[in-house]
Design a protein around this ligand. Structure first.
Ligand code: IPE
Ligand code: IPE
Ligand code: MG
Ligand code: MG
Length: 295
């Protein structure tokens, strides 16, 4: 499978959906809508919504409109997490997705509100009324996403990330941070896609572990790219972790071990796809891309 072609086809499709999901601007709050559109539509690999689509396709089931709404919702939550992550009170970064960060382009107050609005919009999208027979999987998928986005997932991980700045660390701490701040929002679309496609409990469990494993690898590689990557290719500032004295995976175990652990985590993840055979080709390709990526 040509994974690059697959990713760019899916990205194009998702970009089209996303451009339609922000409501029309109104009156005095017009600037909020401008900031939401700026951050949501100005780049991004769309990996999380792609993971949702690939998982639903693997199981060849699910209501098309619900899958589309959840795919867009996941990207809204991810984009909100990036806007808030870049704020002066957090990582204080100036460039995101190749453009000035939301608070630089607009202002800090508007960036906070744009993040709030994207998070809320995600729940609006995921809870849109649907046919009665879809209501149970919709509610379950919504719950699974909410748990992974909140205090037990991404927000909890971000909290551990900022509280660990300037601290000595251990492998246990960095794994705690990475599995929450990043892997939780990578497994969320996989689990949601599986639920919407009517997965059995055992498939759900298997795919959820797959998501956690590739999510950990994704953040280890993100830490490495901060050291070894090129700002222009990445579309964000390099050296931000050093500036903020962050706990990073290579910082704790060294660069060589970090890359090996990322590869090991993906190898383990691929083992969980074995029962699905060739139907899992896309997820397989995405998992490998997570290791090879340069941005
Ligand atoms: C960046 O995620 C934030 C992390 C969790 C490392 P991505 O690398 O998926 O960012 P975009 O969406 O492509 O900009
Ligand atoms: C990634 O945090 C996780 C979230 C944004 C929730 P980082 O701070 O490590 O990611 P980048 O490098 O800014 O994208
Ligand atoms: Mg951060
Ligand atoms: Mg950051």
């Amino acid at each position: 499978m040509d994974i690059q072609a697959y990713l760019s086809d899916k990205k194009r499709e998702i970009d089209g959906w996303l451009s339609e999901c922000i409501p029309e601007p109104e009156g005095l709050s017009r600037r909020l809508f401008d900031a939401m559109r700026y951050s949501l539509l100005g780049g991004g690999k769309r990996l999380r919504p792609i993971l949702l689509l690939s998982t639903a396709e693997l199981l060849s089931n699910g209501d098309g409109r619900l899958i589309r709404d959840f795919a867009c919702a996941i990207e809204c939550i991810h984009t909100y997490s990036l806007i808030h992550d870049d704020l002066p009170a957090m990582d204080d970064d100036d460039i995101r997705r190749g453009h000035p960060t939301c608070h630089k382009k607009f202002s800090e107050d508007i960036a906070i509100l744009a993040g709030d609005a994207l998070l809320t919009l995600a729940f609006e999208l995921m809870s849109r009324p649907t046919a009665p027979e879809n209501a149970a999987p919709q509610m379950r998928a919504l719950h699974e996403v909410a748990v992974r986005a909140g205090c037990l997932g991404m927000v909890g991980g971000q909290t551990a990330d900022v509280l660990s700045e300037n601290c000595d660390s251990s492998e246990e701490v960095v794994r705690f941070i990475h599995s929450r701040k990043t892997a939780a929002l990578i497994s969320a679309p996989i689990v949601a896609g599986a639920v919407l496609a009517g997965a059995s409990n055992s498939d759900l469990e298997t795919l959820s572990i797959f998501g956690q494993r590739i999510g950990l690898a994704f953040q280890i590689i993100d830490d490495l790219l901060e050291i070894e990557g090129d700002a222009r290719t990445l579309g964000k500032s390099v050296g931000s972790d050093t500036k903020n004295n962050k706990v990073t995976y290579p910082g704790v175990v060294g660069r060589g071990r970090a890359r090996l652990d990322a590869q090991k985590s993906v190898e383990e993840a691929l083992g969980y796809l074995a029962p699905f055979g060739q139907r899992a080709d896309a997820l397989h390709g995405i998992a490998k891309f997570f290791i090879d990526r340069v941005n």
